[in-house]
Design a binder for this molecule. Structure first.
Ligand SMILES: [Zn+2]
Length: 78
């Protein structure tokens, strides 16, 4: 059974999951229920760091909260 690596776009956690090929991919983070992305294994080197890149237009409530907090913390710096 292959191991898939997931990255949560909301809390940034990375975790591995054993799944059969027939299973549908995980879409929500087990920690924060945010949107997760399945990383491509095998040295493809496609790693997007930070919050600037999103593979889909999906926007979860947790994501919106994270963006809101990020904006608020940035405006506090001035
Ligand atoms: Zn998460």
């Amino acid at each position: 059974m292959p191991t898939y690596e997931y990255l949560c776009e909301v809390c940034g956690r990375k975790f591995d999951l054993f799944q059969s090929i027939n299973q549908s991919p995980l879409t929500t983070c087990p920690y924060c229920e945010g949107n997760v992305r399945r990383l491509i294994s095998g040295g493809a080197g496609l790693l997007f760091k930070g919050s600037g890149f999103y593979a889909t237009d999906y926007r979860s409530e947790a994501y919106k909260e994270a963006v809101k907090k990020e904006k608020e913390s940035k405006s506090d710096e001035t």
